[in-house]
Design a protein around this ligand. Structure first.
Ligand SMILES: NC(=O)c1ccc[n+]([C@@H]2O[C@H](COP(=O)([O-])OP(=O)(O)OC[C@H]3O[C@@H](n4cnc5c(N)ncnc54)[C@H](OP(=O)(O)O)[C@@H]3O)[C@@H](O)[C@H]2O)c1
Length: 242
């Protein structure tokens, strides 16, 4: 029987590439979305055509809304059954130094990037009971630059809870994290912006999607790995070139 994965924010960008890779390796995929319904439906149709023997579903939930978070996994388990992989990929990425951060900006980043993955992990452990959780954090967690203060704090905390969950949920569930670096420009910015950001990282160019896919495969294929963080960041976590 094929295994099933839930990927949050999977209709486009990194989440979509993760879903494509898992589908290629025989997984069924639940494509979660918030606003991108058309993209999610079109993507699931494409995957169904490409892999007719596998299951693909779409599910909508606003992860800023706690009741939608808390009903997501119970609803999926009753409709699709227990699944074996949860990828917390969906995220908000809004800028603001500490002095510029109001409670609304703070709450939005924390709710989507930390509170939602926290409760989805809890519900996966309670209802699915076995498998893998992968949390998407960010190479920024290694630095203390505060231009994305609330975002960075949410991702630092997500890494901390990854380790706690790895201990609590072992041995039935492995919990790991991937920290991308300069990978894709935000949708309102150009590739030039990305190359400018990447020029001072050790590998001196944007990371691309391949190291993220290879990190996903490494985690899934390494049955003793838990509580680990894989940096897919061209060495950025070590610091910048002069
Ligand atoms: N891109 C990079 O260079 C980079 C660098 C470092 C770390 N990362 C991490 O890698 C992961 C993927 O990055 P990405 O750039 O592909 O992400 P993204 O495009 O910024 O966001 C992915 C999805 O998150 C969903 N989302 C946002 N707010 C939501 C909410 N309130 N409820 C439900 N879903 C919500 C959106 O779904 P809808 O479109 O359906 O609304 C969006 O498509 C993220 O966790 C990010 O922090 C990325």
């Amino acid at each position: 029987m094929n295994k099933t994965a839930l990927i949050t924010g999977a209709s486009k960008r990194i989440g979509r590439v993760l879903a494509e890779n898992l589908a290629e390796h025989g997984w069924n995929v639940i494509i979660h979305y918030n606003f991108s319904e058309a993209e999610a439906l079109e993507f699931s149709k494409l995957l169904k055509e490409r892999y007719p023997d596998q299951g693909f579903w779409t599910v909508e939930a606003n992860l800023a809304n706690l009741s939608e978070v808390e009903s997501l996994i119970p609803q999926l388990v009753s409709e699709v059954g227990e699944f074996q992989l949860l990828i917390n990929n969906a995220s908000l990425f809004d800028s603001g130094y500490i002095k510029e951060t109001d409670h609304q900006l703070f709450a939005e980043q924390m709710d989507v990037n930390l509170r939602a993955p926290f409760f989805l992990m809890r519900d996966f452990a309670l209802l699915c009971k076995k498998g893998n959780i992968i949390n998407f954090t960010d190479t920024r967690i290694t630095a203390n630059k505060s231009n994305y203060a609330a975002y960075s704090l949410s991702k630092k905390a997500l890494w901390e809870v990854t380790k706690m969950a790895a201990v609590e949920f072992a041995p039935d569930i492995r919990v790991n994290a991937i920290a991308p670096g300069v990978t894709l420009a935000p949708e309102d910015k150009s590739d030039e912006y990305l190359w400018d950001l990447a020029k001072n990282i050790p590998m001196r160019k944007p990371v691309g999607l391949e190291p993220i896919i290879k990190s996903l495969e490494y985690i899934l294929n390494n049955s003793h790995l838990t509580g680990q963080l894989l940096f897919a960041d061209g060495g950025e976590n070590l610091g910048q070139n002069a």
